[in-house]
Design a protein around this ligand. Structure first.
Ligand code: SF4
Ligand code: SF4
Length: 322
């Protein structure tokens, strides 16, 4: 084990751990934000620069600081390393710049965007964004396109994090979409408007940190903070069948994977569970899901319902949600 200190808190981690993963061991505000890194997908990270940190001491052997800020998602810790995240004014300043760049081409869609309320970019902008933009340049614009039966792509909102491309590569076996072109002309697209049909393609929606990939069976149905996320499961031959069912009253509005405090799914789920099983009778409802990440949803405190016995523990059904 080796020792690393992040924002004055020391933790022991295995050799080869990245700074970001070490910070996640500590938790709380020590953890740098990550828009492109996704621990369940190999090769992610190193794209968005949101997780930049300052290394004030490289290691016990070499106590010199690193000359530039480093991406915490892809930099392994060294024994005796000292890292500054929120305690570094340089990091805060750099992150403000990253947010400004991410928003250069981003539309002001939050009031009509399905991701609002669970959007990593909203959280990042709230933490580090400026009240006004420094540029008056026009944003690049695309028309929304259907990529397959169940997924809508809003390229205007895409931050080019590549997560969905890794999902297609690692989960679906046959990738039908990817990043086209270079630099500020880059865009996520299918080749000659192909449909994305693979049985696990819906996971692209869960990993997308913004509202660029949305679930067509849920679009514009409700704001997420009006819904009650419930842990639910069913027997499924294709995946674990363990999901979060987002309910309003007795109605299931959408199904997603179960996400942890970093917005990452615990297990990827199949399209049948996600898009086709929208009846309460399809699922065994386990009870309210505690949303541990910072979110407008977690401020509902609706898990109080459980204490008030609104969930029938025997039948596993919701008796009253309102
Ligand atoms: S992706 Fe996030 S920041 Fe962008 S419009 Fe949607 S909710 Fe707002
Ligand atoms: S569509 Fe979403 S997941 Fe894919 S690159 Fe864009 S922001 Fe990332």
């Amino acid at each position: 084990m080796i020792k690393v200190t992040i924002d004055k808190i020391t933790v022991d981690v295995e050799e080869g751990t990245t700074i970001l993963q070490a910070a996640r061991r500590i938790g709380g505000k020590t953890v740098p934000p990550a828009m492109c890194f996704y621990s369940k997908l190999q090769g992610t990270g190193g794209k968005c620069r949101s997780c930049l940190v300052e290394v004030a001491r490289s290691s016990t052997k070499d106590p010199r600081p690193m000359p530039k800020l480093v991406a915490s998602c892809s930099t392994p810790v060294q024994d005796g390393m000292v890292v500054r995240n929120l305690t570094s004014p340089v990091v805060i300043e750099a992150r403000k710049g990253v947010v400004e760049f991410l928003l250069l081409n981003h539309p002001l869609d939050c009031p009509v965007c399905d991701q609002a309320g669970e959007c990593d970019l909203q959280d990042l902008s709230f933490g580090y964004g400026m009240a006004e933009t420094a540029t008056g340049d026009e944003r690049r614009e695309f028309l929304p396109v259907d990529i397959g039966e169940n997924i809508k792509l809003h390229m205007n909102r895409c931050i080019l994090c590549y997560r969905c491309v890794y999902v297609a590569d690692q989960l679906t076996g046959k990738r039908l979409h990817g990043m086209l072109y270079r630099g500020d002309a880059s865009e996520i697209s299918t080749f000659i408007s192909n449909a994305v049909t693979n049985e696990f393609s819906g996971n692209m929606i869960d990993v997308c940190p913004v509202g660029a990939l949305t679930d067509k069976t849920f679009r514009f149905k409700s704001r997420v903070w009006f819904l009650k996320p419930m842990d639910a499961h069913r027997e499924c031959e294709k995946c674990s069948g363990k999901v979060t069912a987002w309910m309003f009253g007795d109605e299931i509005y959408r199904i997603t994977g179960r996400k942890n405090q970093y917005g990452e799914v615990e297990e990827f789920i199949c399209n049948e569970c996600r898009f086709e099983k929208k009846q309460q009778t399809d699922w065994v409802i386990e009870g309210p899901r505690h949303i541990r990440r910072q979110s407008v949803i977690s401020s509902n405190h609706y898990e109080e319902m459980k204490k008030q016995s609104l969930i029938n523990p025997i039948a596993g059904t919701v008796e009253s949600m309102e």
